[in-house]
Design a binder for this molecule. Structure first.
Ligand code: ADP
Ligand code: ADP
Length: 225
């Protein structure tokens, strides 16, 4: 079970409340999209779940564990960034293997995990390439592959499609949806794109001015505003 539960979560930068008393329960295997205007606190919220930002108040639980004081690598999460964050000097295979090698996973297990991920993502012919020899969509697939091989219970996405052109973005939206059905993971997805929110979200969380303004299914949010 990998519920993510935020209770009275706050983030202050000096006197400024970037995230103000956020309460939210993301259910096991649910795909939740955080939307809202630039600067409303979406990315900060996601980064607190990831452990990349300290929280100023409240608690965050992943599964049955309060994670407030856990570093990112001890949380059962994997994160995909807007800029892919791939290692440019490494092949696709080594990029996929990197996180597992860090954790001293045996090479034959790594190979089996990568086999599974490249089948899901259609990367088999690209394993020997370097990231710069890939298209934007292919690079983003490698970034997704790094999450899949980790078997993380929670995937965190920070505007993962916003660097892609419109056509590729539409294609990757569908791929992400399909991927989520296949790997059955809890997902928290930050975007300012309404179409992404409508297509991907089981539920949509609308943030504004550092707070949650509305929570509902895409239908509830966009058909009955
Ligand atoms: P969003 O993802 O919704 O665009 P963010 O969560 O990135 O918004 O930012 C929320 C607010 O917090 C913004 O006003 C931003 O300027 C501010 N902020 C983010 N990071 C920092 C920081 N390191 N120091 C000061 N203010 C920050
Ligand atoms: P991997 O996710 O490939 O296992 P690491 O083990 O090196 O990567 O990273 C540990 C944690 O650091 C990860 O859980 C991830 O959330 C975070 N992290 C990875 N890359 C970045 C990055 N470019 N910027 C910020 N945080 C990152």
């Amino acid at each position: 079970m990998a519920e993510v539960v935020l209770r009275d979560v706050c983030k202050r930068y000096g006197n400024y409340n970037a995230v103000d008393n956020v309460n939210l329960t993301i259910r096991d295997k649910e795909f939740v999209v955080l939307v809202g205007p630039s600067g409303c606190g979406k990315s900060t919220t996601l980064r607190m779940i990831a452990g990349l930002e300290e929280i100023s108040g409240g608690t965050i639980a992943i599964g049955d564990q309060i994670v407030n004081d856990l570093p990112p690598r001890e949380r059962d999460i994997a994160m995909v960034f807007q800029n892919y964050a791939l290692y440019q000097h490494m092949t696709v295979y080594d990029n996929l293997a990197f996180g597992l090698r860090n954790r001293k996973v045996p090479e034959d297990t790594i190979k089996a995990e990568i086999d599974r991920a490249v089948d899901i993502l259609g990367l088999r012919d690209l394993l020997k390439r370097k990231p710069r020899e890939l298209s934007g969509g292919q690079q983003q697939r490698v970034a997704l592959g790094r999450c899949i091989v980790r078997h993380a219970k929670v995937f965190l996405f920070d505007e993962p499609l916003s660097n892609l052109d419109a056509k590729l973005r539409a294609h990757m939206r569908l791929e992400l949806k399909r991927l989520h059905r296949r790997v059955e993971t809890t997902a928290v997805y930050v975007t300012h794109d309404q179409v992404e929110a409508m297509t991907l979200g089981d539920r949509v969380v609308v943030m504004n001015n550092s707070r949650i303004e509305q929570v509902g299914t895409p239908w509830e949010i966009y058909a009955h505003p």
